[in-house]
Design a binder for this molecule. Structure first.
Ligand SMILES: Nc1ncnc2c1ncn2[C@@H]1O[C@H](COP(=O)(O)OP(=O)(O)OP(=O)(O)O)[C@@H](O)[C@H]1O
Ligand SMILES: [Mg+2]
Length: 570
């Protein structure tokens, strides 16, 4: 049964029940009030009128003959003006001293309880039981009020007489009936309006609820179809870590049906080695509300039903860390991507190797050709001393170039294992600068040293760091040409006291802004053919990265270049 129908039945029955109960209560109290009011008014009227037309002496003896007529006149004045049908007048000895039924005069009724009460000063009233035999006279009435009104004269409270009167209640009951009717009509109308108003409100509310329910159902349907048709696996878990949602893509990925997973721990979907970490992370999330993993994408591995393991990417989201937390994981099978990446890496490596091979092969070929050419020349003119000297010089310089290429190649090929030890950068700079000076490479330049005396030691590979300094100083020498100033400084970084910095500043030709990022790329060189391989800065960068340090480059074309190497303290 619909909500509205149920409400109509309940509300209608309740309205009827309450209106009937309320109507009965109101009308019965109305009736009683009206009767009581009528009794009071009649009694007050009788007392006032009796006091007006009678005295205490009138009630000493029963009234017969002349007295009867006289009494009748006076009583008639009272009864005619108050719908009073009959009168009996009792003296205080319970004797009837006057009545409209003459034969009753002089009779004594000692057992009349109502009379006895009236003689104590109480006004006694009742709706007369018209079925009794003695009420033959009253039968013509539907309802009669029988009223015993005690009469006292003067200041004394003693009852001198009792007027027993019968008042016709038919007019009063007609009034009561009318009043009751109007009360019932007002009640029925009131409850009807109330019922209709409530019905209106409920119908309205139920329509709104119905449309909202429809909307919710639609949106749930949309959400379900979205979740089910998603290409990514979607898994939701509740606070206890149990799976509560497992979509089709997840079924496909893990080879489980949702029925096999829902209600179980998420651990069944991960290889053994991840389970401990997962427990720690999930307890941190659910118990302490620490959700560092929420919103991040992590690479993990998934465990299929058949025991197969596959790489996956997982991102977690939650509507909030609350008591009813639900975490939703979006899972992507990245097997294909991994294969592609490997493939790409291999082809990149292949490309790199072929570039290196091509470049070096070309370089070596040039050098070899020139060496062969000079060697042939020397063979032909062995006696020519001048030529021999020239050839010897060419052999020497070209062989050095060959060696440089060979060294760089070796450097690239080495699986650079960093062997760290405590290093004083002042000593290292001194050592390399001295070596380059003695080989003549720096002899044309003024060298300024601004070393910090108490520079802290760094942890590094001495050979590799020597290579860094040597590459940088040779580059500076090449940039300065025939003259210039080379300034070497050391000290703790001003920005981060956890780093020691070595700065090599030259007054060379500088590097244009748009070329600055390129100098760290392999084979980038601006030097003329045969003079540079373009691997120096690339190797420098590699080495500094391995040391978890940094390189800063500051250069102005025509003014010079400053390169700062930052290395972490021990
Ligand atoms: N101190 C510097 N001043 C100006 N230009 C520089 C400086 N250091 C490097 N460069 C520029 O960066 C380029 C790349 O330098 P890198 O050391 O990698 O190669 P290279 O010196 O040309 O050759 P090599 O392999 O022999 O070192 C240089 O050719 C040069 O143009
Ligand atoms: Mg160089």
């Amino acid at each position: 049964m619909s909500l509205v129908k149920r409400f109509v039945i309940i509300c209608f029955s309740a309205s009827i029940f309450f209106s009937v109960v309320l109507g009965l209560l109101i009308t019965s109290s109305l009736e009683q009030n009206m009767i009581r009011r009528s009794e009071e008014l009649t009694a007050t009227f009788i007392i006032r009128e009796v006091n007006r037309y009678f005295t205490t002496y009138d009630f000493n003896t029963p009234k017969i003959d002349q007295d009867y007529e006289d009494f009748q006149k006076r009583t008639n004045r009272i009864i005619h003006s108050a719908d009073i049908e009959r009168v009996k007048i009792w003296d205080k000895r319970k004797k009837i001293i006057w009545s409209d039924e003459k034969q009753l005069i002089g009779q004594v009724f000692l057992d009349n309880l109502d009379l006895n009460r009236a003689l104590t000063g109480e006004t006694v009233s009742k709706i007369s039981d018209l079925k009794k035999k003695e009420h033959q006279l009253e039968r013509k009435f539907n309802k009669l009020l029988e009223l015993y009104v005690p009469i006292s004269f003067g200041l004394s409270q003693d009852v001198d007489a009792v007027f027993e009167i019968y008042r016709n209640l038919d007019p009063l009951f007609r009034d009561i009936f009318k009043q009751k009717w109007s009360t019932w009509i007002i009640l029925i109308l009131g409850f009807g309006v109330l019922f209709l108003t409530l019905l209106g409100i409920v119908v309205n509310a139920s329509r709104r609820i119905e449309s909202q329910n429809k909307e919710i159902k639609m949106s749930e349907k949309r959400y379900r179809s979205l979740v089910q048709s998603a290409k990514d696996g979607i898994i939701s878990i509740d606070k206890s870590g149990k799976v509560i949602l497992f979509n089709e893509a997840a079924e496909h990925m893990f080879r489980y049906t949702s029925g096999e997973v829902i209600g179980h721990s998420l651990e069944m979907l991960m290889p053994e080695r991840f389970r401990e970490k997962y427990q720690v992370a999930s307890s941190r999330l659910f118990k302490k509300g620490n959700a560092t993993v929420i919103g991040k994408t992590i690479e993990l591995e998934g465990l299929r039903k058949d025991g197969g393991i596959f790489p996956l990417e997982l991102s977690l989201s939650t509507p909030g860390i609350t008591d009813n937390v639900i975490v939703t994981a979006i899972i992507r099978d990245i097997t294909e991507r991994k294969v592609m990446q490997e493939h790409l890496l291999k082809s990149e490596m292949h490309k790199c190797i072929s570039t290196i091979a091509g470049s070096i092969g070309h370089e070596i070929n040039n050098l070899a050709c020139s060496l062969i050419g000079y060697a042939e020349l020397l063979q032909q003119e062995l006696q020519n001393e001048e030529l021999a000297l020239e050839c010897a010089e060419v052999f020497s310089t070209q062989s050095q170039r060959l060696k440089l290429h060979a060294d760089n190649l070796l450097e690239l090929s080495k699986p650079r294992k960093v062997e760290r030890k405590a290093i004083n950068v002042n000593q290292l700079l001194n050592k390399i600068t001295k070596l380059l000076l003695s080989s003549g490479l720096l002899k044309l330049y003024k060298i300024i040293k601004r070393f910090s005396d108490d520079v802290p030691t760094v942890l590094g590979d001495e050979n590799l760091l020597e290579q860094v300094i040597s590459n940088l100083e040779i580059n500076s020498a090449h940039a300065m040409g025939t003259q210039g100033v080379l300034t070497l400084s050391t000290g703790v970084s001003k920005n981060d006291s956890n780093y020691v910095e070595m700065t090599i500043k030259d007054t060379g030709h500088g590097i244009a802004e748009d070329k600055r990022h390129q100098i760290f790329l392999p084979f980038y060189t601006t030097k003329e053919k045969g003079k540079g391989t373009g691997l120096g800065m690339y190797i420098v960068k590699e080495i500094i990265d391995q040391h978890k340090g940094y390189i800063q480059l500051d250069s102005k074309v025509g003014i010079g270049t400053t390169i700062t190497i930052g290395l972490p303290l021990i």
